[in-house]
Design a protein around this ligand. Structure first.
Ligand code: PLP
Length: 401
């Protein structure tokens, strides 16, 4: 008999498992609103033109080889990634107080940051919003941090529980780490206003809490890269420490290339260089060094003014299509007179709408309408199109009446 005879079957991932179920459904009307990946109006995955162009340039450049990258990744990529999130004129960058390492997309950046903190930081408690992206708890727990939650979403208003957030973070032990979604909070689509961010910043700094930003949607929320980085830049502008995990999965459509970066903003250049030396010790035994292709695509685009501009236009088109899906779904429910207030669909920001539908209603929509979404009622607006909005509106209407 097998030495693994007693292995217990693990449950499917709550998010990726939605796609597994979707793939098994043979209905022609099936609709996958589970996974957070952009789709065109035709329901197809999208490779940006500027990405195709960059890849062509890389292929045609015969001087390019496949040697290992350094442990910290591609130097150009790291510099340009820091500039993208902190701003071209960021004093922290000019003063060499930032260390940036290329990592395996957003997930890998979070994990490397978490492993570094678990090894070198004095306070091992991290506060994450309730709710949050399901992988956060697992990433931080497995790295050895102790995960606590702070109030974030208020189901009654389908908006931010700002008072609850301030109370919970206000009561956190000094030095605690605080995970913040830079923009387009997943799964709720609810972000603090700039005034609220300023209050959060003051609270964190006055209590000596350490901000760790997860930036998976820069440019995807508003269509503007600078606007979507405002929260992070407010924290860096005050001269304090800050972590930022960046992903190029959504905003450059590089999902499977696994390209991202972890930046740690320190108070002096000397500390930053010592921090970087320790990040290398975290990375080396995990995967030695990161892959070259995706980071080369990103660096090619970010360092060329024309390509950068072309990217921003394509990025805005994706953001605008999502915003238009919000309006169309809201209009369709209004036209049907579906009971309840659905204005949160157009108020929420980013890739997802947190519908407020409960587990039973979600199960009903999957069974009767072949619509697949996570059981918390989150729908990926990027998976919708003008053609599929009526089907979804009908299903929501039936689920709540
Ligand atoms: N953080 C949040 C909030 C996300 O929604 C995602 C992706 O869905 C990620 C991080 C990381 O994604 P990836 O590892 O594909 O960059």
């Amino acid at each position: 008999s097998s030495v693994f005879a007693n292995i217990v079957r693990a449950p499917e991932d709550p998010i990726l498992g939605v796609t597994v179920a979707y793939n098994k459904d043979s209905s022609p009307n099936k609709l996958n609103l589970g996974v957070g990946a952009y789709r065109t109006e035709e329901g197809k995955p999208l490779v940006l033109n500027v990405v195709r162009r960059a890849e062509q340039m890389l292929v045609n450049d015969n001087s390019r080889v496949k040697e290992y990258l350094p442990i910290v990744g591609l130097a150009d990529f790291n510099k340009l990634s820091a500039k993208l999130i902190f701003g071209a004129d960021s004093p922290a960058i000019q003063e060499n107080r930032v260390t940036t390492v290329q990592c395996l997309s957003g997930t890998g950046s979070l994990r490397v940051g978490a492993e570094f903190l678990a090894k070198h930081y004095h306070q091992l408690t991290i506060y994450i919003p309730n709710p949050t992206w399901g992988n956060h708890t697992k990433i931080f727990t497995l790295a050895g941090l102790s995960v606590k939650t702070y109030r974030y979403y208020d189901p009654a208003t389908r908006g931010l529980d700002f008072q609850g957030l301030l109370e919970d973070l206000g009561a956190a032990p000094s030095g605690s780490i605080v995970l913040l979604h830079a923009c387009a909070h997943n799964p709720t689509g609810v972000d603090p206003t700039n005034e609220q961010w300023e209050q959060i910043r003051q609270l964190l700094r006055s209590k000596g809490l350490l901000p760790f930003f997860d930036s998976a949607y820069q440019g995807f929320a508003s269509g503007n890269l600078d606007a979507d980085a405002q929260s992070v830049r407010m924290f860096v502008a005050d001269g304090g420490e800050c972590f930022a995990a960046q992903s190029y999965a959504k905003n450059m459509g590089l999902y499977g290339e696994r390209v991202g970066a972890l930046s740690i903003v320190c108070k002096t250049a000397d500390v930053a260089s010592r921090v970087e030396s320790q990040l290398k010790l975290v990375i080396r035994p995990m995967y030695s060094n990161p892959p070259i292709h995706g980071a080369s695509i990103v660096a090619t685009i970010l360092k060329d003014r024309d390509m950068f501009n072309e990217w921003t236009v394509e990025l805005k088109a994706m953001a605008d299509r999502i915003i238009s899906m919000r309006q169309q779904l809201f209009d369709a429910l209004s036209a049907k007179g579906t009971p309840g207030d659905w204005s949160h669909i157009i108020k929420q920001i980013g890739m997802f709408t947190f519908t407020g539908l409960n587990t039973e209603q979600v199960a009903f929509m999957t069974k009767e309408y072949h619509i697949y979404l996570t059981s918390d009622g989150r729908i990926s607006m990027a998976g919708l199109s003008s053609k599929t909005v009526p089907h979804l509106a009908e299903a929501i209407h039936a689920a709540v009446t």
